[in-house]
Design a protein around this ligand. Sequence first.
Ligand code: NAD
Length: 356
Amino acid sequence: MRIFKNLLITGGSGFIGANFIHYLFEKTDFSGNIINVDCLTYAGNPNNLTEIAEKHGNTRYFFFKENVQNYEAIEKIFTQFEIDCLIHFAAESHVDRSIFGPKDFIETNIVGTFNLLEIARKVWGSREDVLFHHISTDEVYGSLGETGFFYENTAYDPRSPYSSSKAASDHLVSAYFHTYKLPVTISNCSNNYGAYQFPEKLIPLMILNILEGKPLPIYGDGKYIRDWLFVDDHCSAIWETVKRGKTGETYNVGGENEWENIKLVNYLCERVAFFTEKDPNEVKKLITYVKDRPGHDRRYAINCDKIKNELNWRQSLDFETGLDETIKWYLNNKEWIENVRSGDYLKWIDKNYTER
Ligand SMILES: NC(=O)c1ccc[n+]([C@@H]2O[C@H](COP(=O)([O-])OP(=O)(O)OC[C@H]3O[C@@H](n4cnc5c(N)ncnc54)[C@H](O)[C@@H]3O)[C@@H](O)[C@H]2O)c1
């Protein structure tokens, strides 16, 4: 098992990165330092880590507002903190935004990853006691029909600028392993849900819109299928891979939990109505079909037998429990929501969902 002292987390102020930092401090026996490098785009939120900064700031937790494309700055942090493991979350992550403006996706997801790989290669040289773990997505595999699953050896077939940029970064990470023997691991996961998720993504968007009585936009016929993974379960999968994954290998991580979007939104209406004592039938009237996303992948489904068999990883929660926890988190964190809502980022969402 690998034991690391100084973890460089990129994108630690975003949804999954912040959950991962909470997870390390609160649910593992990790005793080293965490250095979070995040340039705080619209999706990065320091409030995701308030308690961590208060409790561990400048003792075991260090934050740098920095862009992963800045070679000199990141190299300095790498050396100063004697980084022995890099876990790379930072990315532009929203498919819709990649369709309207792909440039940032190319720059951060591809060039940014390349930059980090170069720094790791230079600073680490031929060290074998280090690790570059890259977080990726099942969207690199393309779209499935009614049957079948994505496996680790499924051919890449990305369809959106977002998934193409992630595919390119995966290939670069893999190339650095084969070409330069850089110790790397990659995980490709399905759709995450849970606390601290920016409310442009389906589940928090729907919860917040229900609470505000706003329309619940459903793309196309609503029959798109996604596999939902509780973010804490993703965090435990990443940590197991970092500790015990085989270098050069990819691990798929999924919830084994496929839902049609429209069924999920109907279910969310019922649960949010239950917690807020609203009439579920009235809430469901907010469902509004909107113009479909171009190149919308029909179905994603992940086979995650490899990480289960090799690293003994398991999901901890059923979806119904995970969703209830998530809804309660949004209900109990009004200040966080107000803060996110006070930015003008959400205007983008209102502007881009056009009723059919
Ligand atoms: N959310 C999901 O369901 C999901 C599913 C599969 C894979 N992923 C992958 O997981 C990772 C994290 O996703 P997320 O949902 O937490 O994303 P997010 O958008 O919530 O957070 C991304 C973070 O990266 C930071 N960032 C963006 N560009 C940066 C740059 N150039 N330099 C430094 N920091 C930068 C942002 O400020 C933000 O804090 C991404 O690599 C994403 O592709 C996410």
